[in-house]
Design a protein around this ligand. Sequence first.
Ligand code: ADP
Ligand code: MG
Length: 313
Amino acid sequence: MTHSPAAAISIRNLVKRYAPTGSGEGKLALKGVSFDVPQGQIFGLLGPNGAGKSTLINILAGMVRKSEGEVSIWGFDIDRDRRNASRAIGIVPQEIVFDPFFTPIEVLENTAGLYGIPKDQRISEQLLADVHLSDKAQAYARALSGGMKRRLLVAKAMVHQPPVLVLDEPTAGVDVELRRQLWELVKRLNDEGVTVVLTTHYLEEAEQLCDRIAIINHGEMIANKPTREMVDMAREKIVVLTLDKPVQSLPSHPAFIKSVATGASQIEITYNKDRTNAGEVMGQVQAQGMTILDVTTREADLEDVFVRLTTEV
Ligand code: ADP
Ligand code: MG
């Protein structure tokens, strides 16, 4: 596409209220989310189960209707210009759904037909090669492994060569080898200029793949930063202390972020390394009448930040 918008995706005050059903009550799945996905990036949308990630993706895909707010894809408003918005995005859904009687090549050709792409402009064979499925071109979809199906879904999402590719939990429940393959595929597409958005609840994946990470929890965005800065938020350090006897009461001090018992006579103290240091922390613990037998320290990682951000209220 020649058109070049400020952001690949722009979302403002997005609200989704699922209507109550017979069995369940209505659910406020998105509570006014705003963010931009910069062009050319791999953008990670991270959050625990039920956070609202798929709801957001399905709104982009046109499969769920938003309640309030504005969304544009590649500069096209999804209400006013749904057709162009849809043409600008390819979506790999969380659930694998295929007609079991079509072969991979037919799946891609049928999708190209739906987009009205003339036969001589289709790239089905190329796409199958890109996802290493050329040798399965004529196999029935039902005979493909889970991993092959997922790769076929990526090819299907790229049939109309959109500038934006969105993958909803591409590596949930897949084995290490397939995860690596999918990462490579995502990186290659991104190198070729495709803006990628992926949702995941694996931190390691977001940390390794993404240029930018947004964390969503209970329908609210709680952080949105370049990956480097998100990792730097881990300005925390943790000391693990083994005491000479079972922990009676946990030590406390204004400089401690958190203090928890992790064993009968073991405690973990989290502190901000800009405010204090391990020596001072140990001094405080000893001043509170405890004897330290052993000590180890570790840096907080993204996992710790994520846990803290999603459990703090
Ligand atoms: P995630 O993908 O982050 O796990 P979802 O977007 O699937 O989260 O779900 C967000 C919340 O909305 C959850 O509480 C979920 O139960 C609820 N939800 C999702 N789909 C529906 C639906 N079709 N009807 C009612 N509630 C839904
Ligand atoms: Mg989901």
